[in-house]
Structure formats: structure tokens, C-alpha cells
Ligand binder design. Structure first.
Ligand code: NAG
Length: 307
């Protein structure tokens, strides 16, 4: 009987553990501060009360949860050297991480649909995307994100007999399945079907939106106009590409031993790096977010009290 799992992570080299601890700690703090700042700006600043920023605020909120399912546990195991995770803990981590990742797929596709309406249907934008539609899309994303995993988990009747070391830094589906000694054939097929149902539509919606957006932008005669239209969606396009790109590399490439370590590195991209990258990409590339930040800075800067 297996009562706990061991997450092997990145090996046992003590120097490497310290190095990774510092890096992951900095990334985690950056992720939390950046995303919470964006949520606060979107909630507080009247100029950011539009669907595009509501989506962004919700995405940032999601990303604080998303990285908190993995990084705090990873950090404690770097410090304590205790790499075990309870049986329930492992499945909970897999459930919540999977659900948040799926929600992110849906939110990203809702955001690209929003950009599609803004750029391709500018005259009807305000009627097609009002605050109520936006709320429906946001709530729908959260429900759909959790639905897939909630259907899949009762079907995961796995038996483990002895072997309990997971060659990964969090409880992920494939590494966990490898340890099961019951027949996993059916489960793999179920999981594949559910993953297709829940990730293919948002992915295709995202791709279609961007194909239409780019086609529309290319038809704009003036280069200034083209640049302006493109700048409103380029940050989102970067975020979408990094997220889907690394996700596909990890889950679609064959799961062979030689790719094992490379898999961990790519997993680190979408688990550790994307949640931190999003606030950076949005705040550095977006004029309105920058202006909102400047206002906050002016409010809290001591120069105001000195003068
Ligand atoms: C999330 O979206 C809803 C619905 O549009 C919006 O009312 C809310 O303010 C958003 N939350 C954040 C943190 O941006």
C-alpha cells in the first residue's frame, strides 16, 4: 500500500537545491506581487473598468492560485529536504493544478475573442461585449476549467503497489500514471478524450481569432494604424504562444526516458515562468497599465508630502 509519494524533483545535489530555492523564491514573490498589483490596479482604477482589463484582472487572480498549487510546496522541500507528499495531497495538487490550467486556456481564449471583436468588429464591439457578456465568459471559463477534471477524477481508479517515487517536481498526470500497477489503458483514453473536449475548443477559438485579427490588421492601409491595432493584442499573443507552446511540447511529445529531464525543464516554463511573465509582459507593453501604475506611484511618492 502506498500512503505517500516522493517527488524526486531536481535531484539531491545540495548546491543545486540552494540555487533553485533562491531562483524559485524570487520567481514566486515576483509572481505574487506582480499579479496582485494588476488585480489591485484593475479593481481600483476607473480607466481600467473595461472587458479587456476585467479579463486581465481575472487572469492575474487565477495565476496567483495557479502558481500557489506548486511553488510553496516546492520551496519547502528545497529547505527541509523532505520530498514526500501525502497520497491525498498529491491528487489534490493534480486536481487543482489541472483545473487552473484548463481555466487559463478558457480565459486566454475569451481574451482573444474579446480582441477579435475589438479589432474585427469595432463598430459592434460595445454591444457584443458589454460587462454582462464579459461576466458570463469569465464565469463560464472557471466552470469549464473545473468541469473536465471533476469528470475525470472519479474515473481515476488507480492501484499502487510499492513504487512511489515520482520523477517530477509536482504531481503530474503522466508521471503518476507510470507508477500505477493497475491497467491504465482505459484511463489514458478517457483522459485524452476529456482533454480534447476541454482544451481543443478554446485553443481553436484562440487560433481562429488571431487569424482573423492578423488578416484584418494586414488590410489596414496606413502603417501607423496597423501598428496601433497590433499593439493592443501583441502582449496577449505573446502570452498565448508561450503558454500553449510549452504545454504542447510537454504533453504531446513522446514520453521517453531521454526526454525526461527536458520535460521537467519545459514543465517549469508553464508552471513557474508563465505566471510571472504575464504581469511583466502586460505592464511593460501596455500604456494604460503603465499610466495606472504611474498614478499610484505619484500618490505614494514622498515628494508629494515634501512640497
Ligand atoms: C473578473 O471579471 C468580472 C466580470 O467581468 C469583473 O466584474 C471582476 O472585476 C474581474 N475581477 C478582477 C480581479 O479583475
Amino acid at each position: 500500500m502506498v500512503t505517500e509519494f516522493i517527488l524526486l524533483g531536481f535531484g539531491e545535489n545540495p548546491d543545486l537545491q540552494i540555487f533553485l530555492f533562491l531562483i524559485v523564491l524570487i520567481i514566486y514573490m515576483g509572481t505574487m506581487v506582480g499579479n496582485i498589483l494588476i488585480v489591485a490596479l484593475v479593481v481600483a482604477d476607473q480607466h481600467l473598468h473595461t472587458p479587456m482589463y476585467y479579463f486581465l484582472g481575472n487572469l492575474s487572480c487565477l495565476e496567483t492560485f495557479y502558481s500557489s498549487t506548486i511553488l510553496p510546496r516546492m520551496l519547502t522541500s528545497f529547505v527541509t529536504g523532505d520530498r514526500s507528499i501525502s497520497f491525498i495531497g498529491c491528487f489534490l495538487q493534480m486536481y487543482f493544478f489541472g483545473s487552473f490550467a484548463a481555466t487559463e486556456c478558457f480565459l486566454l481564449s475569451a481574451m482573444s475573442y474579446d480582441r477579435y471583436l475589438a479589432i474585427c468588429k469595432p463598430l459592434h464591439y460595445t454591444t457584443l461585449m458589454n460587462n454582462r457578456d464579459c461576466l458570463h465568459l469569465v464565469v463560464g471559463s472557471w466552470i469549464s476549467g473545473f468541469l473536465g477534471n471533476t469528470i475525470l477524477f472519479p474515473l481515476l481508479k488507480l492501484t499502487f503497489c510499492g513504487k512511489n517515487d515520482i520523477d517530477h517536481f509536482f504531481c503530474d498526470f503522466n508521471p503518476l500514471l507510470k507508477l500505477a500497477c493497475s491497467d491504465t489503458h482505459k484511463i489514458v483514453i478517457f483522459a485524452f478524450i476529456i482533454a480534447c473536449i476541454f482544451t481543443l475548443p478554446p485553443f481553436l477559438l484562440t487560433v481562429t481569432s488571431y487569424v482573423c485579427i492578423i488578416a484584418t490588421i494586414l488590410r489596414i492601409p496606413s502603417s501607423v494604424g496597423r501598428q496601433k491595432a497590433f499593439s493592443t493584442c501583441s502582449s496577449h499573443l505573446i502570452v498565448v504562444t508561450i503558454f500553449y507552446g510549452t504545454l504542447m511540447i510537454v504533453y504531446m511529445l513522446p514520453n521517453t526516458q531521454s526526454l525526461g529531464d527536458l520535460n521537467k525543464v519545459f514543465s517549469a516554463f508553464y508552471t513557474v515562468l508563465t505566471p510571472m511573465a504575464n504581469p511583466l509582459i502586460y505592464s511593460l507593453r501596455n500604456k494604460e497599465v503603465k499610466q495606472a501604475l504611474k498614478k499610484v506611484q505619484e500618490k505614494i511618492t514622498p515628494a508629494r508630502f515634501l512640497s
